[in-house]
Design a binder for this molecule. Structure first.
Ligand SMILES: Cc1cc2nc3c(=O)[nH]c(=O)nc-3n(C[C@H](O)[C@H](O)[C@H](O)COP(=O)(O)OP(=O)(O)OC[C@H]3O[C@@H](n4cnc5c(N)ncnc54)[C@H](O)[C@@H]3O)c2cc1C
Length: 400
């Protein structure tokens, strides 16, 4: 049976970044990456907004704030070093109502505490940057950038392979047994032994932790986000990235306008609880995923506390007109016929046993293992420092 020093479960951007970090810090380690799909970055990594976030939004002192700010710089440098197309286009966060002006000031202050430079803009200054956008005031964050994270993940995979790591696609991990001197990892078609395991399974990370008998105090709740595309003749309405003020009670930043590297403009995503973890079509349903969710007390606590917000999101998911009404506060010229349905993504959001949505990244340690149990946005931005942090944790656990 093949033996490895570290096995990584999950070939999304986080698992591959961890793999690349290990090749740099432990060049002699035998690394194995197991991915159940036929390509890298098939789930969250390949279905997101493609933004290299600045870090302005996150609670000062949190892992998200620190790793996102460091990750922004590291990701832009990585793209420069490896010739990955990207653009540091900056973004606008726009207050459209009087009662958003004070929160906008607080966001500016939060950015200052997080070490993020932002400029305050008056209403008329917004138009100088985004000619079709209206607002009472805005923040311009110059360090936000855009990239294809799938392309970044593929580059991490190449680097792992060049560092003698082994990459295996189409290998779904089904069983993990803790042995006296290592771990036995069984996939659908092969078995492996490894001294250490890193769980980067995104939407399935709680299940992988459970395979090892680890009590995480959380489960994954899938939150689907639908995007639209602006029709070609309306793409001139958006120059870069335009965001609304976020709802402070939710860990999502709100549907926004997002120019892609291809020149297309994406609008969205919304945020609706899904009944299939890897379901990309509207109303997709999976018996096991749904039963697990509905049978858990935490879900009902969450539902009771958030029914108003979730209800609004669900209505917007079914009515393009309602969805658009929010966005018309930013660009009033947009009409329902200007939007065509685009792709969707599903966020792996940790729901804690007490019904709270986990706001920060969550990295847990188990026997001979590390489990990335909450890595929603901005984990793609932060993937390089997350990789370094995981190697630090491995060393603390005695990995040499
Ligand atoms: C709609 C949306 C918009 C977003 N926008 C942004 C953004 O603009 N900027 C940003 O920084 N972040 C953004 N994010 C978040 C970002 O995409 C994620 O934080 C990041 O991709 C997480 O990477 P990951 O590797 O943990 O997960 P994933 O990319 O989901 O990878 C996990 C991998 O594990 C594999 N796997 C699962 N189970 C097994 C198993 N049993 N055996 C083997 N393999 C397994 C899966 O197939 C998958 O490939 C967004 C996310 C979504 C959904």
């Amino acid at each position: 049976m093949p033996r490895y020093d570290v096995a990584i479960v999950g070939g999304g951007i986080v698992g591959l970044s961890v793999g690349w970090a290990i090749t740099r810090r432990h060049p002699k380690a035998r690394i194995l990456v197991l991915e159940k799909e036929h390509c890298w970055g098939h789930h969250q990594t390949g279905n997101n907004s493609g933004e290299i976030h600045s870090g302005i939004h996150y609670q000062p002192g949190s892992l998200k704030a620190q790793l996102c700010r460091d990750g922004n710089q590291a990701m832009v440098q990585f793209c420069r070093d490896y010739g990955i197309p990207h653009e540091v286009c900056g973004k606008l966060i726009v207050a459209t109502e009087q009662d958003e002006l004070h929160p906008l000031e607080r966001l500016y202050e939060r950015g200052r505490l997080n070490g993020i430079a932002a400029m305050k803009l008056r209403s008329e200054e917004i138009r100088e940057i985004e000619a079709h956008c209206t607002g009472l005031a805005a923040l311009r964050v110059p360090t936000t950038a855009i990239v294809s994270y799938r392309r970044v993940a593929e580059t991490f995979a190449d680097l792992i392979q060049k560092g003698n790591g082994e990459l295996q696609l189409d290998k779904e991990v089904k069983r993990i047994t803790v042995l006296p001197f290592g771990l036995l990892i069984e996939s659908s078609s092969a078995s492996y032994e490894s001294r250490f395991l890193i769980n980067c399974a995104g939407l399935q990370c709680d299940r992988i932790a459970r395979l090892m008998g680890i009590r995480t105090g959380m489960r994954i709740i899938p939150i689907r986000g639908q995007y639209y595309l602006l029709r070609g003749e309306k793409q001139h309405l958006v120059n870069g990235l335009i965001y609304p003020m976020p709802n402070p009670c939710y860990p999502f930043l709100g549907a926004h306008f997002n120019r892609l590297l291809s020149g297309e403009v994406r609008v969205g995503p919304n945020a609706v609880v899904a009944f299939k973890r890897e379901g990309y079509r509207k109303m997709e349903f999976d018996i096991q995923d749904s039963m697990e969710l509905l049978a858990c007390r935490a879900f009902w606590i969450f539902a009771r506390q958030n029914w108003r917000e979730e209800g609004r999101e669900m209505l917007c998911a079914f009515s393009k007109t309602l969805f658009l009404r929010r966005l018309q506060r930013l660009i009033p010229e947009i009409r329902p016929t200007d939007l065509v349905a685009g792709q969707a993504g599903v966020r792996a959001q940790a729901l804690m046993d007490d019904g709270r949505l986990m706001d920060d990244f969550l990295i847990l340690q188990g026997p001979r293992s590390i489990h990335i149990c909450n890595a929603p946005s901005p984990a793609a931005t932060a993937s390089i420092p997350i990789g370094n942090a995981v190697v630090d944790c491995m060393q603390e656990q005695g990995f040499t």
